[in-house]
Design a protein around this ligand. Structure first.
Ligand code: ZN
Length: 512
């Protein structure tokens, strides 16, 4: 064999992707979904066992421990429950003082107790979005005050809205509103249900909530009932619907002087703390000029535990994504030719409790976010999407989804989306952006890609969509469509390889 032919052959071998091994996907899903792991609930043993299993698999793949010498990035979680009796909120204005009832008129939860008295300032939608030339806080002083804001964003249901048409942007999320109010010095955010809301708001009635002990959010979110909000605004001379229409009409903030003081006392009936972890392994890049840059694959491994004595196996949610993540780690680690950029594999903990693992990660990144070039998040990649109670009358689901995968968040990077589309040409899945085009169920901020979007890092969630088995004991391993899942993992692999090796990287860009 001549030398150049040999070199060509070797190059081909190096470039040829290892096959995705379905039997490994199956084995990992079966283990993660098994009865002894008791549904992998955060702060319970099953979740800890899952984390150690993932760490062991990363070790077998010879990944490098990415959290200061360990595979586990540990963080503290607080469990707390608002005391519905002792927690009080009152509003005081010229017309007198009104005591509100927790659970009926308002709701609030926060990991620590709060005593707060401050004036309310109406701050529109509470949005600062230079990319759309829109700022509710322009010329507004909310320091030490409570920002009263309407939920979601202007023209939420208008397909021609600059705010991503009828889909959400990051600005519509409560998290973004909290961070923005906090950056402007507000003491709290008080949320008004959007007058044009399509479904009535149900206030949470004091269940146990989990929060990060070290959160980047330091101020509470108080949610008002529609009745309370209406009364409050009408006292100031405006109907909520008119106020919203005025902002939406001109896409300009509207001022509304309020002469109302709020007094909040938040008491927690119970609280306890415990530790859980993200599991992170690094495959160092081969190119000295690029190896400081990072591509992230992620998937959450926790689930919801047991319900009324029954196992919630979470086979699709998200043993499937976790198994996909482990398989990707094995495939990349087995490659002869290492990728040029580094690849970080992260299994997030405490996603079901409110993306706690990924929120912790972005405020304690193991690799600088500024040089994290793209995130591919796998959550629910094993089933065919089917209409369910969740989606009924909200969104249209194709009759046959056995070859379809949803991309969520991809509208924040057309270049990342282009990479996925190009790589998919060799795979042939149908890529759907329906969850990006529609605000239904607020899918944009319901998974671990979202904290990265808040930090201007291109991130996409591969998501098979809902089934009637979602979050029930029926989310079991034998229902996984492995033929489709194999293709999704292969697509993720190809995208990761391309992103790690290509010149340049996808930019984060405001969705227009
Ligand atoms: Zn999930």
């Amino acid at each position: 064999m001549n030398k150049s032919l040999l070199l060509t052959l070797l190059a081909c071998l190096a470039a040829a992707a290892q096959p995705v091994r379905v039997e490994r996907l199956k084995a990992d899903i079966q283990f993660l979904a098994c009865q002894p792991l008791e549904g992998r609930r955060t702060l319970e043993r099953g979740s800890d066992v899952a984390a150690h299993f993932i760490a062991a698999e990363f070790m077998k793949a010879a990944l490098r421990p990415a959290a200061s010498g360990s595979f586990l990035q540990t963080f503290l979680v607080l469990q707390h429950r608002t005391d519905p009796k002792a927690t009080r909120l009152s509003l005081r204005s010229a017309s007198g003082r009104r005591e509100l009832e927790y659970g009926r008129d308002f709701t609030v939860s926060f990991p620590r107790e709060i005593q707060l008295r401050a004036p309310l300032v109406f701050a529109g939608y509470g949005i600062t979005a230079p990319e759309y030339g829109y700022d509710d806080y322009a010329g507004l002083d909310v320091r030490g005050k409570i920002a009263l804001v309407i939920e979601y964003e202007p023209r939420a249901y208008d397909p021609s809205s600059p705010f991503n048409g009828a889909g959400n942007t990051i600005h519509a999320s409560p998290r973004r509103k909290l961070l923005n109010a906090q950056a402007h010095g507000a003491a709290a955010v008080m949320l008004i249900p959007a007058p044009n809301r399509k479904r009535p708001l149900r206030l949470a009635r004091g269940g146990v909530v989990e929060s990060l002990a070290e959160s980047e959010v330091h101020i509470p979110l108080i949610t008002l009932s529609a009745e309370t909000a209406t009364r409050l605004l009408e006292e100031a001379g405006r109907k909520p619907a008119d106020l919203q229409a005025a902002i939406d009409g001109e896409l300009r903030p509207v001022r509304l002087p309020l002469a109302t003081q709020a007094e909040l006392k938040l008491v927690n009936a119970e609280s306890r703390r415990g530790a859980t972890a993200n599991v992170a392994g690094l495959l160092e890049g081969a190119d000295p000029a690029l190896r400081e840059e990072t591509i992230i694959f992620s998937a959450h491994y926790d689930h919801l535990g047991m319900r009324e004595g029954k196992l919630l196996p979470g086979a699709d949610d998200n043993a499937s994504g976790t198994a996909g993540l482990l398989e990707l780690a094995r495939l990349f680690a087995a490659e002869q030719a290492r990728p040029r950029r580094s690849i970080l594999f992260v299994a997030f903990g405490a996603e079901e409790a409110g993306l706690l693992g990924s929120y912790y990660y972005v405020s304690h990144p193991l690799r600088p976010l500024g040089s994290t070039r793209a995130v591919i998040n796998l959550d629910m990649i094993g089933r065919d999407e089917k209409p369910s109670q969740q989606t009924a009358r909200l969104i249209e689901i194709a009759a046959d989804t056995s070859n379809e995968i949803n991309l969520v968040g991809a509208f924040y990077s057309a270049e990342l989306r282009a990479v996925i589309e190009r790589e998919n040409a060799a795979i042939g899945l149908r890529l759907s952006d329906k969850w990006d085009r529609d605000a239904a169920l607020n899918i944009l901020w319901r998974c671990d890609h979202f904290p990265f979007l808040l930090h201007q890092t291109p991130a996409v969630w591969f998501f098979n969509g809902f089934t009637p088995d979602y979050h029930t004991p029926a989310d079991t391993p034998e229902k996984i469509n492995f033929a489709k899942m194999e293709k999704i993992v292969r697509l993720a692999y190809r995208c990761g390889r391309a992103l790690a090796d290509q010149q340049g990287w996808p930019r984060f860009a405001a969705a227009k």
